[in-house]
Design a protein around this ligand. Structure first.
Ligand code: 2RA
Length: 329
């Protein structure tokens, strides 16, 4: 069987990764349509000698579509939901629009693939930093059960899309005008991603705890996060302190991660994960695993890097689509 697919946001950074992954992973495609706003309509996107013309997104775009991969802004996504539902397509959405809604599965295929079966037409992709952190930590969670995490993220400019990449490029060339980020990002670090909430954390910082609780089905999970934008084009990095209910030591953690799906262990004190290695790769790289100096048997520190356009967005969505068709759901 083959399927009609639509990528919403086909002209953007995540949309392009979705296209590449569908082709490279031989997804059984009947027709593939790339939609975007009027501004990008008519633009030609080429991958492996095949070109796709971006079409303007309308409410009538979903006729005969089986699967919609959403890579557009949450507010716009919400406005198209009735049309998608009416035409009976299944939406795999990368925006934050429905992630925390009750009854809508929020899925990382390595962690909670079973939640896909409960879908009623929408499956949400978690936020990029949440996917990268939890993919790295889940093998340890299965062994020792995570209670608490303190996370600092170092997030690449492409997390803000193509426009984030262009802003850094222009600033490196000497123009310090800024629109996408609240301050110049070239040669700088900006400790704000998203808007500030009432508790002084940003929206991006609260996503890790809120989404983590839903994905792991653990309401008392505590994750305090500081999210920082860094002048790196691609691949987010995270420094994580993690406390466990049960005992765990460094060599057990390394063994578990060495065997884990979707993870590459790079930890021998001359080699450690860096965006340089993880960019354009599917796996999340983990290293610098150390015992906490005080809470010795129950807490670890580690460092991980993952391509947020791939595993943090497009790949996770395509993996969900693969599971859907494999299990006819
Ligand atoms: C970022 N949260 O700004 C975004 C990507 N999902 O990095």
């Amino acid at each position: 069987k083959t399927y009609n697919l639509a990528i919403l946001g086909g002209s953007g950074a995540v949309g392009y990764e979705m296209l590449k992954l569908l082709i490279d992973r031989n997804f059984p495609i009947k027709n593939l349509y790339l939609f975007a706003s009027k501004k990008s309509a008519g633009k030609k996107i080429t991958y492996k000698d095949k070109s796709y013309i971006i079409k303007e997104l309308h409410n009538s775009s979903f006729k005969d579509i089986d699967i919609v991969l959403g890579a557009i802004d949450a507010k716009i996504m919400k406005s198209y939901l009735p049309a998608i539902m009416q035409d009976g397509a299944i939406l795999i959405d990368n925006s934050s629009a429905f992630r925390m809604e009750k009854g809508i599965p929020l899925v990382i295929p390595e962690i909670n693939p079973q939640d896909i079966y409960t879908h009623k037409g929408i499956i949400s992709n978690p936020n990029c930093a949440t996917i990268i952190a939890l993919t790295a930590l889940y093998p340890l969670h299965q062994h020792a059960h995570i209670k608490r995490m303190i996370v600092s993220t170092y997030q690449a400019v492409s997390g803000a899309g193509e426009k984030g990449i262009n802003e850094l490029k222009e600033q490196i060339q000497g123009s310090f005008a800024h629109q996408v980020f609240p301050y110049p990002i070239a040669f700088n670090l900006i400790p704000q991603i998203g808007d500030f909430e009432q508790n002084d954390y940003t929206s991006e910082e609260m996503k890790m705890q809120n989404e983590g609780r839903k994905i792991l089905n653990q309401n008392d999970l505590s994750i305090s996060c500081t999210c920082v934008r860094v002048p790196v084009y691609r691949s987010h990095s995270l420094s994580i302190y993690v406390e466990f209910e049960k005992e765990i030591d460094v060599s057990t953690a390394k063994n578990l991660l060495a065997d884990a799906k979707g993870v590459i262990l790079l930890d021998d004190n001359t080699q450690y994960p860096m965006p340089l290695y993880s960019s354009e790769k599917d796996d999340v790289y983990v290293g610098r695993i150390r015992q906490d100096l005080k809470n010795k048997n129950h807490a670890l520190h580690l460092w991980c890097c993952g391509d947020q356009l791939r595993k943090g967005a497009a790949l996770n969505a395509v993996q969900i689509a693969e599971l859907l068709i494999k299990n006819h759901v």
